[in-house]
Ligand binder design. Structure first.
Ligand code: NAI
Ligand code: MG
Length: 352
């Protein structure tokens, strides 16, 4: 019997509403595959805690997570707390402390999900965005001066290191090789004249180490347009922190709903726990109504099983997702249905 210790961070808004279905699904497949999953839930690591105690998590939060085998997170963010506070108080410290430098966001169009884009047909769109997750445009370097004066000025520096760019590119090239696919690198070296030509140069260098992987480079603006016009032509798309964030939401929307998109924050060396979370946020507009789509969280849980070395269990979850979408018309409202989170989850569990 294999045992894994899972840390659960439900967070805010619909975070807890999508994490409980994910846990039901995990327990159902775990039973079938002879796995024991034990959970520690960090229920109050949230904006509520921030409003009460001035911090999203305790001072020793990172240390409390350190011996988990993986972390499953719902979402953080609350209208009463500035978004940079909730993000930088929890998610970003975890990603950085645990060197989760790969943010993996698979995008696939499912049979039975009508996307807004005509060209996004089931079976044709199956791509992965590999987002650099620990540096780039998301840096703390910079500041404000002349605060509050007419000449008020903000400066924010992007940070690209050779080591940081190389490791995420190597991950992306290796992934493209495993998938027998192609790598597309998102750039903007026509407008951003220091960091992006540097990124491009390292892409060309690393490509030499993966001679069997065809690759190309696209400016981010043109790439965004092509994601909408012809999403089926992409396989692995590697991008900096900001570009990858935007592209993955765009790709998720093209595939039908941001509510079904999963993500993994990976520490590929496995020195630290990796963290799995839906792409979406806390959705305060629908929170508390029990109608959130749990598929983003459930598919993130499947990615977690895969990472923990249980690809067959992960496949069972994906198969159940495929079956419930293709074989029934039970849908949450974001996909045009009327089912509640619980009703949808019950149908999915029936397929497991
Ligand atoms: P969001 O993803 O929370 O919501 C965008 C839209 O998609 C909303 O209309 C929402 O109702 C809908 N939506 C999202 N997930 C859904 C689901 N599972 N089922 C059905 N509909 C769903 O993004 P938004 O509005 O930009 O941010 C809201 C809060 O979430 C902010 O505080 C933001 O900072 C935070 N956020 C947190 C993230 C995280 O914890 N990883 C990621 C993105 C945003
Ligand atoms: Mg995002």
């Amino acid at each position: 019997m294999t045992t894994h210790r899972i840390g659960l961070i439900p967070g805010d808004g619909i975070g807890p509403e999508v994490l409980s279905p994910a846990r039901l699904v995990l327990d159902a497949v775990a039973r079938r595959h002879g796995l024991t999953l034990t959970y520690t839930s960090y229920d109050d690591w949230s904006c509520e805690r921030y409003l009460r105690e001035g911090a999203m998590m305790p001072d020793d939060g990172i240390d409390r997570l350190r011996d988990r085998d993986a972390i499953l997170l719902g979402a953080v963010g609350h209208p009463g707390v500035p978004d940079h506070v909730s993000l930088w108080g929890l998610l970003i410290p975890i990603r950085r402390a645990f060197r989760q430098y790969v943010n993996l966001r698979p995008v696939r169009v499912f049979e039975g999900v009508d996307g807004p884009v005509r060209g996004a047909r089931p079976g044709e769109v199956d791509l992965v965005v590999v987002r650099e997750n620990t540096e780039g445009e998301y840096s703390e370097i910079g500041g404000l001066f002349n605060r509050g004066l007419p000449g008020e000025t903000a400066v924010q520096e992007a940070v690209f290191t050779r080591a940081g760019v190389t490791r995420v590119l190597d991950y992306a090239f290796a992934l493209a090789a495993r998938r027998g696919g192609r790598l597309t690198s998102a750039t903007k070296s026509n407008g951003i004249v220091h960091t992006m030509p540097f990124w491009d140069r390292i892409v060309a260098e690393r490509a030499a180490a993966f001679p069997d992987v065809p690759w190309e480079r696209e400016h981010i603006d043109a790439l965004a347009a092509k994601f909408v016009l012809d999403p089926g032509r992409f396989d692995v798309v590697v991008a900096s922190n900001l570009f990858g964030d935007i592209l993955s939401d765009l790709a998720a929307a093209v595939a039908g709903s941001i509510g079904i998109a999963p993500a993994a924050n990976l520490n590929p060396e496995r020195e630290f726990p990796s963290m799995f979370e839906p792409v979406h946020g806390s959705a305060p507009d629908i929170a508390g109504r029990g109608v959130a789509n749990p598929l983003g969280a459930i598919r993130s849980a499947a990615m977690m099983l895969d990472h923990l070395g249980h690809p067959a269990a992960a496949r069972d979850v994906t198969d159940a997702v495929v079956s419930v979408l293709a074989g029934t018309d039970v849908r949450t409202p974001d996909l045009g249905g009327t089912a509640t989170t619980a009703e949808f989850t019950d149908r999915l569990l029936a397929f497991l």
